[in-house]
Design a protein around this ligand. Structure first.
Ligand code: FAD
Length: 477
């Protein structure tokens, strides 16, 4: 009989192009897979209902994929350091395999699980899967230290060879009835529904959960839209970006598969514009990796600003302003449209993420960590490294060589939503307002009242001056 290898899925919810899973299959035909619903992560206050529901639906799809190839996916609802060793022991697994993660919580958890397994004499093997280059592979040439600036990171990262997709999993042996019973005794359960875990989400997802939708979307995007990415990426009313962020967060698509598709698109390209589009998109994939490397090497980022100057920043933290921002009722149309898109779909266009983050921090003078938390409570692609990186960039507290960035909501709307299509889509109450007033935000007070739309809660120019003064004072202290 083949040795049992237990494969622990975490943020790699797929059987295709999965490095650790392919290694497990090379070792044995009897690969048993498990996902542990960790109460330490699945906290209702921290996890967006859309993200929690998407996770469960992806697990359902993964379980179906396993069934198709004759294998199985087990579920535990437990602390991993208790549940994984207990299950491995009950199945007499020789080895437990998983793919590494960069987040501080995951690193601590994995250390505890590894120690508990080793105590029982069970071997552990881990691999890097979610990144094209693992932390440590892209370091400064002068001092072999992690990069803290993106552009040189990108230059080094882009030059390095990338792996081909890992072999897809197939032909695995099923557990015997006796082994199934042992797994159940060790805590294996049926997959709960999203609402069993408290995640109520009826608004659907921009991409269906599971492996198929991201694969189809990648093919469509690389065939058509990627060549126009540089032109289209900043216009939130266009379908100009890949929308692959949630699949990349949960690993329903492999990063090597994604990269290979972009390289093929490059090979098939003749024009400079199209090349710029493709390379522009590859640069975003590198941003994702930059932020994950940063989180790995500087875990303190998860708890506060990177730049010392922001450690004691005198944020005003007005709770009424915060509430208005969350609900999309600030009276600034582009900001409110974006927040309503977030609340209704669990996703927001990148340009708008930057606009609302700048508005929260520089206009409302509210600590960026409030916004970071709210995003994690709403985004279906919510990811610690990218979200924290995006917020710190917008707040000017992070790894960005430009000291102070302040977005003017009106100029942003004029430039990136010139016809007001995005604003009208998410703020239908303003549909009768002329485009000029909509995008400049200069809607007359009486018209606002008639539409049931709020007056601006702050004055952008005044608040910009105030923020700059606070920034200057804090810098000189
Ligand atoms: C304040 C703020 C918060 C953010 N929070 C998140 C988050 O929680 N999760 C998340 O995945 N992204 C986050 N981003 C980055 C970015 O907005 C999203 O990745 C992007 O909008 C997702 O849409 P897409 O898949 O169509 O992106 P595309 O434009 O098609 O980009 C392709 C992929 O590259 C990666 N990517 C693109 N831009 C960035 C970026 N700036 N930083 C890191 N990775 C990037 C994503 O994985 C994305 O799917 C945030 C950005 C900001 C400014």
């Amino acid at each position: 009989m083949a040795d049992i290898i237990l494969f622990w899925h975490r943020r790699d919810l797929r059987i295709s192009d999965n490095v650790g899973l392919a290694k497990a299959r090379q070792k044995s035909a009897k690969v048993v897979s498990v996902f542990c619903l960790d109460p330490g992560i699945l906290k209702i206050d921290d996890v967006a209902p859309a993200r929690g529901a998407y996770l469960i639906r992806c697990l359902q799809a993964l379980q179906d994929n396993y069934k198709e190839i004759g294998g199985q996916l087990l579920f535990l609802h437990d602390s991993p350091s208790e549940g994984i060793p207990r299950l491995a022991e009950a199945l007499s697994a020789q080895t437990v395999i998983w793919n590494n993660d960069v987040e501080p919580y995951a690193k601590k958890r994995d250390k505890a699980v590894k120690a508990a397994l080793q105590e029982k004499g069970i071997a552990v093997e881990t691999f890097w899967d979610q990144l094209l280059h693992a932390p440590g592979e892209v370091m400064t040439k002068s001092s072999d230290t992690p990069y803290t600036v993106y552009t040189p990171f990108w230059k080094n990262w882009a030059q390095q060879d990338k792996d081909k997709p890992a072999e897809n999993l197939e032909n695995v042996e099923k557990l015997t009835e006796k082994e199934q019973e042992a797994a159940q005794k060790a805590g294996a359960i049926a997959l709960p529904s999203p609402s069993d875990l408290g995640f109520e989400w009826d608004n659907g997802f921009i991409l269906e959960p599971g492996e198929k939708a991201p694969r189809d979307r990648l093919a469509y995007f690389c065939d058509r839209a990627i060549v126009d990415y540089d032109e289209q990426r900043n216009f939130p009313s266009e379908d100009g970006t890949s929308q692959l962020s949630a699949p990349l967060k949960f690993g329903t698509i492999g990063i090597r598969t994604v990269w290979e598709a972009t390289q093929k698109a490059l090979e098939n390209t003749r024009s400079d514009e199209a090349r710029n589009g493709i390379i522009g998109w590859q640069k975003e994939i590198a941003w994702r990796e930059f932020y994950q490397h940063a989180m790995y090497f500087f875990p303190e980022l998860a708890n506060g600003p990177y730049r010392d100057q922001f450690k004691d920043f005198p944020w005003e933290n007005n709770e009424d302003y915060f509430q208005a921002w969350c609900e999309g009722k600030t009276g600034y149309p582009i900001v409110d449209a974006a927040m309503r898109q977030l609340n209704e779909t669990g996703w927001m266009h990148n340009r708008c993420r930057m606009i609302v983050a700048s508005f929260l921090t520089k206009d409302l003078i509210i600590n960026w960590q409030w916004g970071e938390k709210y995003f994690m409570q709403r985004l279906y692609d919510g990811d610690l490294s990218s979200n924290n990186g995006g917020w710190q960039w917008s707040a000017s507290s992070g790894m960005d060589p430009k000291p102070l960035r302040i977005f003017n909501p009106a100029s942003q709307a004029q430039k990136y939503d010139p016809e007001g299509q995005y604003i009208r889509q998410w703020l239908p109450e303003l549909s009768s307002i002329d485009t000029e007033y909509l995008v400049t935000g200069k809607i007359a007070p009486l018209d606002r009242e008639a539409c049931g739309y709020p007056q601006p809660i702050v004055d952008h120019k005044q608040r910009q001056r105030r923020f700059k003064a606070l920034y200057k004072d804090n810098k000189s202290e």
